[in-house]
Design a protein around this ligand. Structure first.
Ligand code: SF4
Ligand code: SF4
Length: 86
């Protein structure tokens, strides 16, 4: 039998599972451009993830950052969306 894919949303929880490495960030803005959830904001010369409760954990910011400035870790406490199989 084919496994069903379900999405569970966890709202209002935070956790710094995405961070920027300030020394590597070039301020190019690609993270903010590709993030569909408005998580990334410009602060001075760099961008930072400031709205993590909105994050869908899609990994786009991590993948588009050419400077390897996005530190993408495991969500703690279920922020954003989880893909559940079964
Ligand atoms: S994509 Fe990477 S280098 Fe560019 S602003 Fe975002 S974190 Fe900084
Ligand atoms: S993982 Fe996706 S939703 Fe979360 S901050 Fe990165 S681009 Fe935005």
């Amino acid at each position: 039998m084919k496994a069903a894919l379900k999405l569970d949303y966890y709202r209002g929880q935070t956790g710094e599972f995405i961070k920027v490495r300030p020394e590597r960030c070039t301020g190019c803005g690609r993270c903010a451009l590709f993030c569909a959830r408005g998580v990334w904001v410009r602060e001075g010369e760099i961008y930072r993830p400031r709205n993590l409760a909105r994050c869908a954990e899609c990994g786009a910011c991590w993948n588009v950052c050419a400077a390897d400035a996005v530190d993408f870790g495991e969500p703690r406490g279920g922020t954003g969306v989880r893909f559940l199989y079964g």
